[in-house]
Write a protein that binds this ligand. Structure first.
Ligand SMILES: O=C(O)CCC(=O)C(=O)O
Ligand SMILES: [Fe+2]
Length: 302
């Protein structure tokens, strides 16, 4: 938590005079996770030291908020690339086309009018992006483009803290178990349209560790959410009950940070150790909510 403050030099762009104790680039948010800064301008490429400071802050805080940005697709893509290769998308739009690497998520219909039920309604359930893939998403980045006057928050839950807070007996019970992640299950669970045969063929159900070790911090966290269908080797009902119990535990208020979007916010988070969900706390059929989105590809969970 504190290593960033000890190590990071103030970025050149932000230094306003020599100081023996440079002000840290990011300051922690007043929640369980996350840090923010208003001292970066991502419209220009970052120098190496600043890029390193941002990556270190990401490792330490798992969720970063960079205020006052207005990036085009190209700049957002370039910034996200500092964290790894950019993920392609399998989701098809109504006209058969696929999402661009940098795409938008909105509550707007094809004519640009707000609709009460947005295109991806499963985003309102706790999840970690693409956990049904062999190599699930590492980092998801959103930039506010249009916001409702109030609400439209995004929530994040800290799966490392949730794991640490489990009773010893439960940790012993779940260490070493695998959960099966399934797109088809998720669509049923969230009441969304069933996937096509092609979608299922491209992403058949896959087992991932229920307790995942973060490749950079070495810390264990729960790897659960709406794609988690059942537990390998357990009767289906027992596995479901366990998954529901863990999800309920892990999404208690004490593990959750609610991001109240401000104009100009660029927010990105670590899917390896956080769950997230959109919230429907605004008048969806009346106000526009548009966010730009890009995702960094991850590796096989261990
Ligand atoms: O709309 C939101 O607040 C979150 C959407 C989401 O789940 C995502 O971008 O992966
Ligand atoms: Fe998501």
């Amino acid at each position: 938590m504190t290593s960033l403050h000890a190590q990071a030099a103030a970025p050149a762009a932000a230094s306003t005079g020599a100081s023996a104790h440079p002000v840290p680039l990011f300051r922690p948010l007043d929640g369980i996770i996350g840090a923010e800064t208003d001292r970066l301008d991502l419209s220009q490429p970052l120098d190496d030291a600043t890029a390193d400071a941002v990556r270190t802050a990401f490792r330490d805080h798992h969720l970063l908020v960079i205020r006052n940005q207005s990036l085009d697709k190209e700049r957002m893509y370039r910034f996200a690339e500092l964290f790894g290769p950019i993920e392609g998308h399998m989701i098809r739009l109504a006209d058969g086309s696929k999402w661009d690497a940098v795409h938008t998520i909105t509550n707007l219909d094809a004519a640009g009018n707000p609709v009460a039920k947005p295109f991806i309604s499963s985003n309102y359930f706790w999840h970690t992006d693409k956990s049904f893939l062999r190599e699930p998403s590492l980092l998801t980045m959103l930039q506010a483009v249009e916001l409702p006057p109030n609400g439209g928050d995004t929530q994040f839950a800290d799966m490392t803290a949730a794991y640490d807070a489990l009773p010893e007996a439960m940790r012993r019970r779940i260490d070493g178990l695998n959960s099966v992640q399934s797109l088809e299950f998720m669509r049923r669970y969230t009441g969304s349209a069933p996937p096509t045969e092609d979608d299922i063929a491209a992403a058949p159900p896959i087992a991932h560790p229920l307790v995942r070790t973060h490749p950079e911090t070495g810390r264990k966290s729960l790897y659960i959410g709406m794609y988690s269908s059942h537990i390998e080797g357990l009767p289906e009902e027992e596995g479901r009950a366990l998954l529901e119990e863990l999800l309920e535990h892990a999404t208690q208020d004490r593990f959750v940070y609610t991001h109240r979007w401000q104009h100009g916010d660029l927010v990105f988070w670590d899917n390896r150790c956080l769950l997230h969900r959109a919230t429907a706390n605004y008048e969806m059929g009346k106000h526009r909510r548009v966010l730009m989105r890009v995702v960094v590809k991850g590796t096989v969970p261990v």
